[in-house]
Design a protein around this ligand. Structure first.
Ligand code: FPP
Length: 261
């Protein structure tokens, strides 16, 4: 996970729409930088996308799976080594039972269809969130996919299912206390996983919805109007480009300001 950014001579100068050349520029910059980014995605807008087309909400979720495929394929090219996708929040149980079952079936379908492709792409899949409330068949498919993709070294794909960041933090604190007899920031950070560099939310909504709250303490946030079913590799490249145009100071000051202090 990078904690700095290239200050000068950046290939990334504006956040204008990208074409193939601009995409290649992001890829060149990424190759020079080495260390990978942790990008996290709140995939929002499936229902609205479907409604706008007179389709049932499920059609939006199905189209959303295609976006997942596109983004997983594109992510490593843009220097992303960890990608966390918000697939089903702990609060999503409040949706109509038919939609919940359809989403669970879709997750199962994705795991069944995609595991072989993930292995070929060097993707290691991992689920975060609770496993005791999702259908047993999906929990089993997740465990199998995790095991079968365990050697993937190109991208760590974390799928958040029945996930609540507040719940994860409480669990992390309890576990830290059980193991170490005390609760420290380091122990919680270790329990939860890598800090987020870039957090993207689609569909124009601008909130975090209980997603990676601790891990996103210093995340750069990009909100895009794009509905999730329409999100492409180019949109991801655009967000990465925006990320590189920001100055990350982690509460400190930029090098130039430090000299003038
Ligand atoms: C939010 O859109 C989306 C979800 C709650 C589900 C996301 C699931 C997928 C993209 C498919 C399965 C995922 C994987 C990883 C295979 P919304 O329904 O809240 O949209 P709305 O705000 O327009 O109603």
């Amino acid at each position: 996970m990078k904690f700095g950014r290239k200050e000068a001579g950046s290939l990334v100068e504006s956040a204008a729409p990208m074409n193939g050349t601009a995409c290649a520029a992001v890829m060149n910059e990424v190759m020079e930088q080495g260390d990978g980014l942790h990008a996290a995605l709140i995939m929002d807008g499936n229902g609205r996308w479907a409604n706008a087309r007179g389709l049932p909400r499920l059609a939006g979720h199905r189209a959303g799976v295609d976006s997942v495929r596109r983004v997983v394929e594109a992510a490593p090219d843009f220097g992303i080594s960890v990608l966390t996708l918000y697939a089903f929040s702990a609060d999503n149980w409040r949706r109509p039972p038919r939609e919940v079952s359809a989403l669970m079936r879709l997750l199962g379908f994705y795991l069944e269809q995609e595991t072989r492709r993930l292995i070929a792409q060097g993707v290691r899949l991992e689920a975060i969130g609770r496993r005791d409330r999702i259908p047993a068949a999906v929990a089993k498919q997740l465990a199998e996919a995790e095991q079968r993709t365990a050697d993937g070294g190109r991208l760590r794909l974390r799928v958040a299912i029945d996930y609540s960041s507040r719940h994860a933090m409480v669990q992390a604190a309890k576990h830290a206390h059980r193991i170490d007899g005390e609760i420290t920031e380091e122990a919680i950070a270790r329990e939860l996983g890598p800090p987020v560099d870039l957090l993207i939310r689609t569909s124009g909504e601008q909130r975090l919805s209980d997603f990676l709250l601790w891990e996103s303490a210093y995340a750069e946030i990009v909100f895009t109007e794009r509905m999730w079913p329409e999100f492409t590799g180019d949109d991801l490249a655009q967000a990465v480009k925006e990320f590189h145009s920001r100055s990350r100071r982690f509460g400190g000051v930029a090098a130039a300001s430090r000299r003038s202090a």
